[in-house]
Design a protein around this ligand. Sequence first.
Ligand SMILES: Cc1ncc(C[n+]2csc(CCOP(=O)(O)OP(=O)(O)O)c2C)c(N)n1
Ligand SMILES: [Mg+2]
Length: 615
Amino acid sequence: MSDSGAKPRPVGHPLAGEKMSGARMIMQVLADEGVTAIFGYSGGAILPTYDAVFLYNEECARTGRPQIPLIVPANEQGAGFMAAGYARASGRVGLCLVTSGPGATNTVTPVRDCMADSIPIVVISGQVPTPAIGTDAFQEAPVPSIMGSVAKHIFLVTDPAKLEATVRTAFEIARTGRPGPVVVDIPKDVQNWEGVFLGEGLLPILGYRRRMRELAEASLDAAAAERFFAMLGESRRPLIYAGGGVINGNAAGALAEFTTAFNVPVVTTLMGIGALDTTHPLAMRMLGMHGAAFANYAVDDCDFLIAVGSRFDDRVAGVPAKFARNARRIAHLDVDRAEVNKVKRVHWSHVGLVGEALRSLTAYGLKTQVRRDFSPWLAELAELKRVHAMNYDRASSLIQPGYVIEELNRHARGAAIITTGVGQHQMWAAQYCDFTRPRLWLTSGSMGTMGFGLPAAIGAQIACPDRLVIDIDGDSSIRMNIGELETATTYDLPVKVVVLNNFGDGMVKQWQKLFFKGRLSASDRSLHKKDFVKAAQADGFRYAARLERKEDVSRVIGEFLAFAGPAFLEVMIDPDAGVYPMVGPGQTYEDMITGDFIASRHKVNIKPPGPSEMF
Ligand SMILES: Cc1ncc(C[n+]2csc(CCOP(=O)(O)OP(=O)(O)O)c2C)c(N)n1
Ligand SMILES: [Mg+2]
């Protein structure tokens, strides 16, 4: 279960029994559910609800209660990613409020993104009035069918008497079990309807609730714990492979307790970064396609793999049969039954809340005094870390991205929220930044959506006003939602936006160099005209600078991060820098190429992947 974001609902709601509009009811349920910011854009079919937000905040101003600010993006895709950034950073449900037709369809990408990364948001969209549905009315779109294929759940409210309960239930579904996005499509006449507010009540989603109860009650019993520790007892090289489920399930504390109690080292997925403090002695950092070489070697060498809230995604287990090929045993803890044995057969599994399960295991292990000396394995791993450390061309006269991120990291000290676009910069950030806690690393993992970084940073800064928030973005990714630069200055949010400019789609270029004989089809932007610094200035950034010389990197990054308001920094990096290590698509960890600056333990020939592996 994701979080307890909702305020405990008052017994006997103070407004119970009051007559009000559907729009006012929506607003009241949002307030009751603990929403502290609304991200959205207005339009005809949602106007009544926007008016209700205005009236609610006017009333709050009069009575001294906290208002619920409306953050207006340049594009509804931005609002969706702001809600997602808010949710990822805080663990609370993010809220996005948009109009029908194009307003709603502009949120399809963030909804799918949240689904793929298990992020709880609620999108409320206006719909054309009930009698007009199906007539191709102005700004009508089939939101239930479009969103039905990408959201965790979708409601179309046709019976106004169920409006209040539906909005409340949407929050319940978003935050429980495996979290995800829920869309509530509300026709305009339902918003304008007048009825009696009950102040309580949920829809009878009996099957779902039964499953949630089963999850909550699925305690890990002594017999299962005994079998688990029998496997750990036989193991000499155990390794935890932790994914986003540890963070989304608020289980990082439980993971740290388990890992330190039994000295089991941890690799994480891209989504799992921060599940264990990356500076912890047992942290082996990220595995997978661009994971650290030492992390991938650890996976190859382990004899017992313990997957926690992770799902053997193709960026981790490109060749499932050869993934963790020396692991004689694999265990899997997950909140979603569908993930167990989906890609790789496991020998032991537990479906339930991962935090509870880890705590049960720890308690059992401590009670039965499980003691196993893994020090030879830990020594091997320390050696792997030393010999195959992350590295790049430190002598280069060009600005290397690794250097920029190391400098950012030196200031952030593992305590900043970092968001990213998608591409090489995202991978360098994942490889070189430290995160001492969960919910600091916000990235579009599964969908890999360019344009995520800036709006996610805005949403995260709204959720965490006192934290340093840095968007490490790419020159192409930031173009996707560059309109949101103005949103940052409009709301005076002190986000720090750093663009690693390598003149184009660096990650695409890297694949084209490796697998398409260097034909840079549509990925080079070196002749493009964009002046990012002027763009940021035009959008009101008082700090906007371009960094072009290696000797200025340290000083300028210090100034940039110390600036009190929104700040923008474009860094002209080596356009040919590659992301290493790299496990090519459809290849095994043994085939990992480590580049010129990271030691490999294999002799590797770069094999172009076959057509079926090209994704
Ligand atoms: C919306 C979207 N379109 C296309 C892609 C495919 N894609 C992945 S990375 C990439 C290039 C990103 O370029 P940039 O943001 O400059 O990052 P870099 O790799 O140069 O650091 C592209 C086109 C994507 N991930 N998302
Ligand atoms: Mg680029």
